[in-house]
Design a binder for this molecule. Structure first.
Ligand code: ZN
Length: 106
């Protein structure tokens, strides 16, 4: 017996694909896809959505509720060091390379 959830995409059942067709002639339907529980999908949206499209549809439909979970009220910053060095580009010409390195101040 396998564990699954129904895809949470609000329009999953409207996509015209053969793997969503259920029923017999005269009473066929397009059904929401099952999402099987798999090791690689744990702790990711793939545990609840059959595709990126369904995930995007859900996020767009519920964006205000999602944003309310952890609203961003100020910018975050990552301390860095920037170095510029003489380099050679892909065509063999001299150029300046910029390297950004995150600095751990903690
Ligand atoms: Zn889906």
């Amino acid at each position: 017996m396998s564990n699954f959830v129904w895809c949470h995409g609000p329009s999953c059942h409207t996509s015209h694909t053969q793997d969503r067709i259920r029923g017999v002639k005269g009473s066929k339907v397009l059904r929401t896809k099952k999402v099987q529980e798999q090791t690689w999908t744990r702790n990711s949206f793939y545990a609840y959505f059959c595709s990126n499209g369904c995930y995007n549809d859900y996020a767009n439909k519920h964006i205000e509720q999602i944003r309310a979970i952890a609203p961003r009220t100020e910018a975050l910053e990552t301390p860095i060091e920037v170095t510029k060095t003489q380099d050679i580009d892909w065509g063999g010409r001299p150029c300046i390379s910029t390297k950004i390195i995150a600095v751990d101040n903690g």
